[in-house]
Design a protein around this ligand. Structure first.
Ligand code: HAM
Length: 425
């Protein structure tokens, strides 16, 4: 029988990588605290309607990429392809509108999309998702963008480009849509087949097509900024002013329309110059009509999601450090069977005292135990034989220098607590 493997586009995050993820979570959690965002944990599947109505029936995500299935009672459920719709659903379901506004929430977790896997694009990928729900102030757009940039700054990422645009609102977008269609109609035959299909259903998406002929056509397309209504124009100006004020570097990109239908006004993306084709490390924007689309009252909101897999790839590409890889600090090594019970006692005393410690459980010889301690990168080995047990001492070996000293059994835990504390600083 063939071995069962993980499904295509889905990968295991093994210990050599997962500690890097943990260090990114630590940084993110601290920034969330600094900006006043509180963490939530949301379900990984939802009613399909949440996404089809929230994200939009004509988007690639809803049309082609959702993992949708019927459960045993025939309900249509979907593995979440993103977190924003779930976050707004949770906000409405739990009456968060009655609390301080905006509700500033964040979550981290896997998202699922049936996309063609390639470097930086997976069918299960992780997002760090931040949402500020319940405010229409442009200052909140600025805060959200600034928060994402702060994550990248603290992680040390460079070679990033921040693109910003406004996609208007239901008042001005139809006007722009018509102007765009009128322009693209004159070039319809030269558009790629995908964009020809988008012409009626979702013409704004033609703006971010990567096919060179489409790109040269859209170079001359009307700019959304010339079609914004007064409210959207003022909002966008305030966002740009706020970003300039806090010293954020960005470029206005008229092609930036984003792939999800819920966006209104601000849209933005952060691109990494080190990722190749799948270069967006973060995307977000305002979604003032999403709550209504899923059956709630009008509730403005703005947020972003950063792709964790792509952040790690960029950091590795740029040779950045992830902090200190956690490792065992001490290993208890038994010279003979007469010392096993005492060794076991010492192991648990050290663990209880917060010193990361390990000990062989399979009866390996002393040489093999020492080798394992080296492989585990233990800083110290506590050597115990029957003679040490009788004398009431432990032979403490410092692995980096090879020096060994006898320490009284009564003092060994305190000694290692001190050393482990110093090593942490
Ligand atoms: P999105 O642009 O679809 O936006 O995804 C956000 C980020 O998730 C991308 O910039 C990328 O880093 C990562 N990502 C997306 N798809 C994949 C994939 N297949 N493999 C690896 N990484 C991927 C959203 O999801 C919106 N919910 C963002 C948002 C939050 N807007 C407002 N609030």
């Amino acid at each position: 029988m063939e071995n069962i493997k993980a499904p295509r586009g889905v990968r295991d995050i093994l210990p050599d990588e997962s500690w890097k993820w943990a260090s990114i979570f630590d940084v993110t959690r601290k920034i969330a605290e600094d900006f006043g965002y509180r963490e939530v944990h949301l379900p990984i599947f939802e009613q399909t309607e949440l996404f089809s109505r929230g994200i939009g029936e004509t988007t690639d995500v809803v049309e082609k990429e959702m993992y949708t299935f019927s459960d045993r009672s025939g309900r249509s459920l979907t593995l979440r392809p993103e977190a924003t719709a779930s976050m707004v659903r949770a906000y409405l379901e739990h009456g968060m509108a009655s609390g301080p506004q905006p509700s500033k929430l964040w979550c981290a977790g896997p998202m699922m999309r049936y996309e063609r896997p390639q470097k930086g694009r997976y069918r299960q990928f992780w997002q760090l998702d931040f949402e500020a729900i319940g405010s229409s102030s442009p200052l909140v757009d600025v805060e959200v963008i600034a928060l994402s940039l702060e994550i990248f700054r603290r992680l040390g990422l460079s070679n990033l480009e921040v693109l910003v645009n406004s996609v208007g609102c239901p008042v001005c977008r139809p006007v722009y849509r018509s102007a765009l269609q009128a322009y693209l109609g004159g070039h319809f035959e030269s558009l790629c087949p995908t964009c020809q299909g988008r012409y009626d259903r979702n013409p704004l998406r033609i703006l971010d097509c990567k096919v060179p002929t489409c790109r040269s056509i859209t170079d001359g397309a009307p700019d959304v900024r010339d079609h914004l209504c007064e409210e959207c124009r003022v909002h966008f100006d305030e966002v740009l002013k706020g970003l300039a004020l806090i010293g954020a570097k960005f470029r206005i990109d008229k092609r930036l329309v984003r792939g999800l239908d819920y966006y209104t006004k601000t849209a933005y993306e952060v691109l990494s110059g080190d990722l190749g084709a799948q270069n967006a490390v973060c995307g977000g924007g305002r979604y003032d009509n999403l709550a209504e689309a899923i059956g709630g009252p009008h509730t403005p909101g703005v947020g972003f999601a950063a792709g964790l897999d792509r952040i790690v790839l960029t950091m590795e590409q740029q040779g950045l450090g992830f902090g200190k890889e956690p490792s065992i600090f001490a290993t208890v090594v038994i010279a003979d069977e007469g010392a096993r019970d005492e060794g076991l006692r010492l192991l648990y005393e050290l663990r209880k005292a917060g010193v990361p410690t390990d000990m062989d459980a399979s009866g390996k010889g002393m040489k093999a135990q020492m080798k394992a301690a080296g492989a585990a990168k233990a800083a110290y080995v506590c050597l115990l034989g029957s003679s040490e047990v009788v004398k009431g001492v432990v032979a403490l070996k410092e692995m980096s220098t090879g020096t060994q000293a006898e320490i009284e059994r009564d003092r060994i835990v305190a000694e290692l607590v001190l050393k482990a504390g110093a090593a942490r600083c």
